[in-house]
Design a protein around this ligand. Structure first.
Ligand code: 4FV
Length: 252
């Protein structure tokens, strides 16, 4: 898969691509990340890439022409028959979800455009952007962190990146639910707090059931809308519904 990133700060990516479990994904031949410094496509003589907003007001706006030059160079380098989607990031975008990540992870790649300042001239967005994503309802100083969020999330789904593929199969959201709690050594803390005995039983059916019920409980408590979505997608088994009903009865 090939991912091209158009950014004013390529150096923000370098470190992330070589550290942590995801570094394996960015080895040559897996997720090939190409960084394109937008400044290289700025308007001469001073490589200008932004200017004041028409209508006045604070801040600066990224200019159309430098972006179109950068995009043309990326598309020429990719030389694809099927053009890869151009993705930009802004609070006005569609909220990034695991299902979206999974779609990108299974695809042929993408071009990620990292805005800065107040954002991008809307004419460029209207003419060229295929997908606008948001990572949450807050304002960042640039699109680099959202691009890194997407890169990290899709890297984890690349075969062989996580030591055990079950890791992402059991992830939060992969089964439509939040993940169950996790415990490790020691069995009992100095303050006496112990690991749930179900996890020490060695009975994998009982362990799986405990974990499923914990995921259901946590999702019902923290993200009930996810439970509705999982129910609508047929991801809840009769035993799940029985457990949720018994919980509701108990809380009545
Ligand atoms: C953002 C977000 C975000 C807005 C102006 C970059 C900044 C600046 N992107 N999810 N939240 N972007 O705040 O995706 O150009």
């Amino acid at each position: 898969m090939r991912i091209d990133v158009i950014t004013l700060f390529p150096e923000l990516f370098s470190a992330h691509l070589v550290h942590g479990v995801t570094r394996r994904a960015f080895e040559p031949g897996r997720v090939d990340v190409h960084l394109w410094p937008l400044r290289d496509f700025g308007d001469p003589p001073h490589a200008r890439v932004d200017d004041r907003p028409y209508g006045g007001g604070p801040g600066m706006v990224l200019l159309v022409e430098p972006l179109e030059r950068a995009l043309a160079a990326v598309r020429a380098a990719r030389a694809e028959t099927t053009p890869a989607p151009l993705v930009s990031f802004s609070p006005a975008g569609t909220l990034l979800r695991q299902a979206t990540v999974a779609r990108f992870a299974a695809g042929a790649g993408a071009i990620l455009l990292c805005a800065r300042y107040e954002g991008i001239d809307q004419r460029f967005v209207d003419a060229h952007v295929d997908c606008e994503l948001s990572i949450g309802d807050y304002v960042l100083s640039g699109g680099e962190l959202p691009a890194l969020v997407l890169l990290d999330a899709l890297a984890r789904l690349q075969p062989g990146v996580l030591g055990d593929a079950r890791s992402h199969q059991q992830d939060s959201f992969s089964a439509g639910l939040l993940d169950h709690p996790h415990y490790s050594r020691p069995e009992r803390l100095a303050d006496g707090t112990a690991v749930p005995e179900e996890l020490l039983s060695g009975n994998h059916a009982a362990i799986d059931e405990w974990r499923r019920r914990q995921a259901l409980r946590l999702t019902a408590e923290r993200r009930p809308e996810l439970l509705e979505a999982a129910r609508a997608e047929g991801l809840l088994a009769p035993a799940d519904e029985e457990f949720l009903a018994s919980r509701r009865r108990r809380t009545l």
